[in-house]
Design a protein. Structure first.
Length: 280
């Protein structure tokens, strides 16, 4: 019989979760037409936002708005929308598994449900990085080359962006997991989910750079976890956050990672008991 310590070691052996990421990646490869339509939707978003901001720059008669030039803004749009797509909203999967009871089949196995969820999301992220984010990065390089704005690309900025992006992915996974756990309390969280997504898109910087918010609002929003998801990695990439400011932003991401990790641990332990009570 396996000891309890052996069971825990197996449960948190990360290598056993890699097939979940691989399976999700292969699922996207299998349903290429469906994924292609989602990618087209993201491209249309980028085009709509591009024409909107181009009109704003033309009507303002200024080359720089709040520290952003037009090529800066185009790069921001490319990265914000592609980054938002790379960070999956997997709450729906958690909700479905809880509502139809299939979550029980995972709970009886010697694996962590949270890690299984995170690695499944990782497969989603890897696919989107390859087929959306990398093309967007190439497009931004071409655009900045045309505008003579290649100074935005630095080795340190790119490395810090990669680190910050990884942190932002984990923060978002934790937030989605916490949201999914609400299904244990109320079986239908559709309304809550829509409100959360609207708040997330607004306060993370997907729709508009946070620098355009009023000063009092910006000082609050920058310390919320939403800003760490989109705004922080992109501002690091664009060189808006450098030196001490960039390090402070990454430290804030680490703090939110720790706080949300602890929150998911406590919440999961509480709600899984509720599932046992409901399901017998």
């Amino acid at each position: 019989m396996k000891s309890k310590s052996t069971y825990k070691h197996h449960k948190f052996n990360l290598s056993i979760y890699l097939p979940f990421a691989s399976c999700k990646f292969q699922e996207y490869l299998a349903y290429r037409a469906n994924v292609f339509m989602f990618l087209i939707g993201d491209i249309l978003k980028i085009l709509c936002m591009y024409f909107l901001w181009k009109a704003i720059f033309v009507s303002s008669g200024q080359d720089i708005l709040k520290g952003f030039s037009l090529p800066d803004m185009i790069t921001y749009l490319l990265l914000s929308i592609s980054t938002a797509s790379c960070i999956p909203q997997d709450t729906g999967q958690i909700v479905t598994e809880i509502k139809n009871g299939s979550i029980v089949m995972t709970l009886i196995k010697p694996i962590s449900y949270r890690l299984k969820t995170y690695f499944t999301s990782l497969g989603d992220t890897i696919y989107t990085i390859i087929f959306l984010m990398i093309p967007c990065l190439i497009a931004s390089f071409i655009i900045n080359y045309i505008y003579g704005n290649l100074s935005v690309y630095t080795v340190s900025g790119i490395l810090l962006f990669i680190i910050s992006f990884c942190f932002s992915m984990y923060i978002n996974m934790c937030l989605n997991f916490l949201l999914g756990c609400m299904t244990f309390v109320t079986l239908n969280i559709w309304g809550i989910l829509q409100i959360y997504r609207a708040i997330n898109q607004l306060l993370s910087g997907v729709l508009i750079p946070l620098v355009f918010f009023p000063e009092w609002a910006k000082n609050i929003i920058n310390y919320l976890p939403f800003a760490s998801i989109i705004s922080t990695p992109i501002n690091i990439f664009l060189g808006k956050y450098t030196g001490v400011v960039a390090l402070q932003a990454i430290v804030l991401q680490i703090i939110w990672m720790l706080l949300l990790h602890i929150s998911t641990e406590i919440t999961w332990r509480a709600v899984v008991k509720r599932l046992v009570v409901q399901g017998g």
